[in-house]
Design a protein around this ligand. Structure first.
Ligand code: SF4
Length: 475
């Protein structure tokens, strides 16, 4: 068996994290939000570690610590004990209870347990949001959106009409969330952005440490979401069953605008067009200037980017937006992959990839053995995705532009800015510079092999005789 075939059979490098891990992030993006993972200690430890490495923050996540006894007789006692402990230590306003493979397999009814707990303890100032997130039920992306939907469904109340716009964001970086808020503020738009972990998962250094990070979407604002002018959901690929915006539309009639993450000129324009349609507010001159600078950057770098052949992987929503950016800039994707089913990704990509000069392989439910194999055979020379793709560099020498979740082998995952016209410009520069770095690393050798090697049919010269411009050295 070949090395690659063996690698594929082992399948030890999935392209996604597990479902409850994705559910932790939105709960951390609600003011006073705390999490209990209903399952074994190992699950919560694994999740804490990944999230902590990405955000460089302490990630407090409770566990019901299910053991053999709880597995056989049920974990209700453990869960209620965990809720008691969390209340005592953190005094949260909201607790998200996320199930694991084990809890779901033994059939734990967390909705009943949560309701009973509040009655038994006579608590009225705490919201518990149970979410069914078995690890085998989906990826972190599905866990993320399902949890946002459950938070909204649990809190939203009939509310008189007001002037705010609901903005639902996917799993983007705290820097990206801050950028979206900056743009909305510049436009004078009133909004409720949910979930907002821009401060809670990227805390400034303060003299006094508080167990609960300040920030997050206010519970009062989430309760009032049914009265909003409309919902803008950055979730073009997600299925209706995971969509908080779809819930607000179905239950409260809030108009829903589903748009891609504003990465790439087309996606940014779509985002701002939706805002204008809802609020009547046009792009301010300062943002128009940022758009002009992005166009200028695209012109400046196209002479390098045309040589890019990319593999794009990660959460479907991000993959979709980055594919658009790459197609706009000539870094045509050869492979587009996601670890989960990908929702509407394949359907949305279909018309886009038709513009590409070479065939594009779209790989839902993929892993890194398949991504590696397909990237290698398609002659990919740049990878764009999260840190797990570092194997493409190690094994295939394909350089990696890090974006998405998790970025755990570099610092600054929480500060990677990629949205809006300015964020797109920065991301485009990262892509172009990665291609340039690769080109200059192998430039002389490539020129020698192409023009000077004896069996190439070109002039005969040694590698050292080729100067840095790739010209034959006459001296
Ligand atoms: S996949 Fe299942 S067992 Fe593994 S960490 Fe996730 S919830 Fe726990």
């Amino acid at each position: 068996m070949s090395d690659k075939a063996l690698y594929r059979d082992v399948n030890e490098n999935p392209c996604h994290m597990c479902m409850p891990m994705g559910g932790i992030l939105p709960i951390k993006g609600v003011e006073g939000g705390m999490v209990v993972i209903h399952g074994s200690q190992g699950c919560s430890t694994y999740m804490r570690r990944y999230i902590s490495e990405h955000f460089s923050e302490p990630i407090d996540v409770g566990s019901s610590s299910l053991n053999e006894k709880g597995t056989v007789y049920g974990g209700e006692k453990n869960l209620k004990q965990a809720l008691d402990n969390i209340r005592k230590v953190y005094n949260p306003k909201l607790i998200g209870v996320l199930t694991t493979c084990l809890a779901e397999t033994i059939g734990e009814d967390i909705n009943r347990m949560a309701d009973e707990y509040l009655v038994e303890r006579q608590i009225s100032d705490l919201t518990i949001v149970p979410v069914s997130t078995p690890g085998y039920g989906g990826t972190q992306a599905e866990g993320y959106f399902l949890t946002v939907r459950e938070i909204v469904a649990r809190l939203a109340q009939p509310t008189p009409k007001h002037n705010k716009v609901n903005v639902i964001v996917p799993n983007i970086s705290p820097a990206d969330i801050r950028e979206i808020k900056r743009l909305l503020d510049l436009m004078g738009v009133e909004y409720t952005l949910c979930p907002d972990f821009s401060d809670t998962l990227d805390r400034p250094y303060l003299e006094h440490y508080s167990k609960m990070a300040p920030g997050g979407t206010k519970l009062e604002d989430i309760k009032a979401m049914p009265g909003a002018l409309a919902t803008i959901e950055l979730g073009a690929t997600i299925g209706d069953e995971y969509s908080p915006g779809q819930f607000l539309l179905d239950k409260y009639g809030v108009p829903l605008y589903t748009v891609p993450i504003p990465i790439g000129i087309k996606n940014c324009d779509t985002f701002f067009r939706a805002i204008k349609e809802i609020t009547g507010k046009a792009l301010p001159d300062s943002v128009r200037t940022e758009r002009g600078r992005l166009l200028d950057a695209m012109v400046d770098s196209h002479k390098y980017n045309f040589a890019g052949r990319s593999v794009i992987f990660g959460e479907a929503e991000l993959v979709y937006a980055v594919s658009q950016l790459c197609i706009e800039n000539g870094v045509y994707p050869a492979v587009v992959a996601t670890g989960g089913a990908g929702g509407k990704l394949a359907e949305l990509l279909h018309p886009m990839v038709k513009e590409c000069p070479e065939p594009v392989k779209v790989l839902p439910e993929s892993d890194f053995s398949e991504i590696r194999e397909k990237s290698s055979s398609a002659g990919v020379n740049i990878a764009i995705g999260h840190s797990e793709g570092r194997y493409l560099t190690e094994h295939e020498n394909i350089p990696l532009v890090r974006i998405g979740f998790p970025v755990h082998d570099r610092v600054g995952g929480q500060r990677i800015l990629s949205v809006g016209y300015t964020g797109t410009t920065l991301l485009l520069d990262r892509i172009t510079n990665t291609l340039l770095e690769s080109k200059y690393r192998t430039y002389r050798e490539d020129m020698y092999n192409l023009y000077y090697k004896e069996d190439s049919g070109g002039l005969s010269a040694t590698k050292d005789e080729v100067n840095s411009d790739g010209l034959h050295c006459m001296s």
